[in-house]
Design a protein around this ligand. Structure first.
Ligand SMILES: NC(=O)C1=CN([C@@H]2O[C@H](COP(=O)(O)OP(=O)(O)OC[C@H]3O[C@@H](n4cnc5c(N)ncnc54)[C@H](OP(=O)(O)O)[C@@H]3O)[C@@H](O)[C@H]2O)C=CC1
Ligand SMILES: CC(=O)N[C@@H](CCC(=O)OP(=O)(O)O)C(=O)O
Length: 389
């Protein structure tokens, strides 16, 4: 690959589909392909991408994001019930790319791809990935490879794991925290949306011993796209509009994933109270987290520590003091906004974290990870603004 390190304060590059303005913070670490591959002039993309489950919400979000990617091009897309249909008939809004028709996984030609985004339901995923050629790089968006302990998987997912070797091999892809491991991975388990919004603020605070490990209470809210595109009675407009409801109280399957990440940060077992809520909105996720601070620590200290921890990060923004994160301000983007507020009760703090469940909570973080795995800068194809209003 012809590449060059840019040392100027900012650089612009442009092809037919994209203008990327690289920021000052990227200086010195950015590798951009100099001989720009213009998609329309080069029918064979530099990296050939397969999207398994392209007819679902996270799969179609990958397709949307890749429309502006200078190195990745889609050469394979699969579906189940919608196999055989042209992609444009399933998602008419995604029409600018030259895309293959949807095929069933059993008919897929994996010699056509270098890397896979696997956007299938958990359970199905492990069987499918087990059968794929071993040289493929894979980012799996399902929950199948996130838990390191197969017994814990069985306990929370109600069935034994059927690809334990792959589970051992998989690297957990919380990019900002585990970037170095992701770079060398073949199989990345992309984090769940709730765990992403929760671990990004809590992991640095726990590592620095700024909060107590006991008594963490997490109240999370998700848009309905978090439940996928499959038709379910509980997700009908009539059941969702004009109301909210809590679900999975004390037993949501993201609990072990959250506790695994926080326990690793603490180097001891952390347990949390976690309650998710379904909100009458299409996309977006907020986690409001109540913590007890370590003795002598103030909310100023928490805020300052998060600011410093994420100062070099493009996608995690710790807002200025007093500014309330809003899902509206990250909608359609790969950004996570975080802030810390003092509670009325002495010694406690309230942390608010927002993401778009389909982007930073799924397909955006997946692309961030595959960029790293393929040796590109992680922001490639992801530096666009949130959609507001
Ligand atoms: N939605 C979200 O916000 C998030 C989702 N995830 C995870 O990402 C994965 C995909 O989620 P999402 O896109 O929302 O789900 P959807 O239900 O919207 O899409 C599922 C996709 O998988 C295909 N599919 C379903 N069953 C099978 C099967 N047995 N064999 C082969 N293909 C199958 C569907 O095909 P067809 O349409 O033709 O039936 C569809 O393309 C899930 O594991 C989910 O938990 C992770 C983070 C966030
Ligand atoms: C609103 C809604 O239903 N959300 C999903 C979580 C989406 C997600 O991240 O799921 P995975 O762990 O499967 O990737 C749920 O609660 O199960």
């Amino acid at each position: 690959m012809t590449s060059s390190t840019f040392s100027s304060v900012s650089c612009l590059f442009k092809d037919e589909s994209q203008i990327l303005k690289l920021r000052k913070r990227d200086v010195g670490k950015v590798f951009v392909k100099c001989s720009m591959s213009v998609k329309s002039q080069n029918p064979q993309p530099e990296v050939r991408i397969g999207v398994l489950g392209a007819s679902g919400y996270t799969g179609s979000e990958i397709v949307r994001l890749l429309a502006n990617h200078p190195h990745f091009g889609i050469t394979l897309m699969t579906a189940d019930r919608k196999a055989g249909q042209p992609f444009s008939s399933v998602f008419p809004h995604l029409f600018t790319q030259d895309l293959p028709d949807l095929v069933a996984i059993k008919d897929a030609d994996f010699s056509k791809v270098d890397a896979i985004f696997c956007c299938l339901p958990h359970g199905t995923t492990q069987e499918v990935i087990k059968a794929l050629p071993k040289e493929l790089k894979i980012v799996d968006l399902s929950a199948d490879f996130r838990l390191q302990d197969p017994f814990e998987y069985e306990e929370w997912y109600g069935q034994p794991h059927r690809a334990v070797d792959l589970q051992k091999e998989a690297v957990y892809g919380l990019t900002e925290i585990l970037r170095d491991k992701v770079k060398g991975a073949r199989l990345v388990a992309n984090p769940g949306c709730y765990p992403t919004s929760i671990q990004l603020p809590l992991v640095p605070l726990i590592k620095a011993n700024l909060i107590q490990l006991g008594g963490i209470i997490i109240d999370s809210k998700s848009g309905v796209s978090g439940a996928g595109r499959g038709a379910k009675e509980a997700n009908l407009y009539t059941e969702i509009a004009e109301g909210i409801y809590s679900y999975g109280i004390t037993r949501h399957r993201h609990v072990p994933e959250i506790e695994q990440g926080l326990s690793e940060a603490a180097k001891s077992k952390v347990t949390v109270s976690f309650t998710p809520h379904l909100m009458p909105m299409i996309r977006g996720m907020q986690s409001t987290i109540y913590v007890e601070m370590a003795p002598g620590i103030t909310t100023e200290d928490l805020h300052q520590h998060l600011k410093v921890s994420y100062k070099e990060e493009e996608f995690v923004r710790v807002l200025e003091k007093g500014v309330v994160p809003r899902t509206h301000n990250v909608r359609g983007s790969n950004y996570c906004h975080i802030n810390v507020f003092p509670d009325r009760i002495q010694g406690r703090a309230i942390i608010v974290s927002v993401i778009d469940n389909l982007v930073k909570g799924a397909s955006g973080q997946a692309l961030q990870n595959l960029n790293l795995m393929m040796g590109f800068h992680e922001t490639t194809g992801l530096l666009y603004q949130p959609l507001f209003p």
